[in-house]
Design a protein around this ligand. Structure first.
Ligand SMILES: Nc1ncnc2c1ncn2[C@@H]1O[C@H](COP(=O)(O)OP(=O)(O)OP(=O)(O)O)[C@@H](O)[C@H]1O
Ligand SMILES: N[C@@H](CCO)C(=O)O
Length: 319
């Protein structure tokens, strides 16, 4: 379930009155999602998604609105927010911040095929070309500094060998990054897992859930995608999906020399980022609701695979 704040038909019908979206006809709570309350709303003119923000930093919502609107204006497949007749996107409903979106087509791929990997790589590359010019700013809340500070909180729950592994990895990342100039920067999605995409067959209908969006290393975003989209059950990289993603991405934005050198480290760092965030959810800061948390072990497996087998070569692209 992902309706933490129930809404009545009458509440939503009244809410829609300030928008030019047609007359309310139906409301349905959406089962997916873990953080916010999500509803599908139907009017006599269109299909919409209504999100109530249950947690997180509400003062950061204008950043997400600006980012979504900017990307949608640049023809990326993201749901730009629906603005009311006065031009305002961010509203309040049932005492929660509320946003209305167009409902995008498709469903997320559990086992993405190569065409879907190409489509995602292309969209991410396109997004990163565009997002380098996005004027907003929000520091990456899950960067190396966060890893450094937060990993201490979970060490007590780990085996001695995992404690050593985690500490050594954080040291290695700091040493590797300190030897390079700043990597290409821009706005990033920050959590582009398969379940944050909608595919209609092989067509990418939408990228959603930008609430980890921030500004930072573009390579960080790409590494999150590759770890989730191109890892096999044993955590090792799947060469076909890996190449499909990276060819398509680099046809839009070839990686720089510094990015190529830091790529194996970035794959490890983003694997550790999710191992740690999932451990924090399980042991340190469990959510108020009883949804099953994501399994931290999956990202420990991926991290081990990256340490033991490195990254596959980055395909060269001729543009
Ligand atoms: N614009 C959209 N078009 C179609 N479906 C959408 C849209 N936005 C959200 N959804 C649906 O609602 C579900 C929950 O949305 P979302 O991922 O934003 O919620 P969340 O609570 O922030 O989730 P998460 O656990 O991934 O952080 C999605 O999995 C998707 O099925
Ligand atoms: N994508 C995250 C959960 C949402 O932030 C994970 O798989 O741990």
């Amino acid at each position: 379930m992902a309706v933490f704040t129930p809404l009545s038909d009458a509440q939503v019908a009244a809410f829609l009155d300030t928008f030019d979206v047609g007359r309310f006809t139906a409301l349905r709570g959406v089962a997916g999602g873990t953080e916010n309350s999500t509803f599908f709303v139907t009017t006599d003119r269109r299909e919409l998604v209504l999100t109530l923000f249950e947690q997180g930093e509400h003062e950061e919502l204008p950043f997400f609105v600006d980012l979504l609107d900017y990307l949608a204006e640049h023809r990326l497949p993201v749901p730009g927010t629906v603005h009311d007749r006065e031009g305002v996107a961010l509203h309040s409903l049932a005492d929660k911040p509320a946003l209305l979106f167009p409902r995008l087509p498709g469903r997320y791929p559990e086992a993405p095929n190569l065409a879907q990997c190409r489509a995602l790589g292309d969209a991410l590359g396109h997004m990163h070309v565009v997002s380098q010019h996005f004027p907003g700013h929000r520091p990456n809340p899950r960067d190396l500094h966060w890893l450094r500070v937060k990993h201490h909180k979970v060490l007590t729950y780990l085996s001695p060998s995992d404690q050593t592994l985690m500490k050594n990895e954080v040291d290695d990342f700091e040493s590797a990054f300190s030897q390079h100039a700043e990597l290409p920067q821009g706005a990033i999605h920050g959590d582009l897992f398969r379940d944050n995409t909608l595919f209609d067959g092989d067509r990418l209908g939408g990228i959603i859930d930008f609430y980890n969006g921030c500004t930072g290393d573009l390579l960080f975003d790409l590494a999150i995608v590759v770890n989730d989209w191109a890892s096999d059950a044993d955590g090792r990289l799947n060469p076909e999906r890996y190449n499909a993603l990276l060819y398509a991405y680099q046809a839009r934005r070839p990686l720089t020399q510094d990015e190529r050198e830091l790529w194996p480290v970035m794959l490890r760092m983003t694997a550790l980022r999710y191992w740690l965030s999932r451990l924090l959810v399980v042991y340190v800061d469990p959510p108020a609701h009883d949804l099953t948390p994501h399994d931290p072990e999956r990202f420990r497996t991926i991290l081990h695979a990256r340490i033991n087998h490195g990254a596959l070569p980055i395909p060269e692209v001729n543009r």
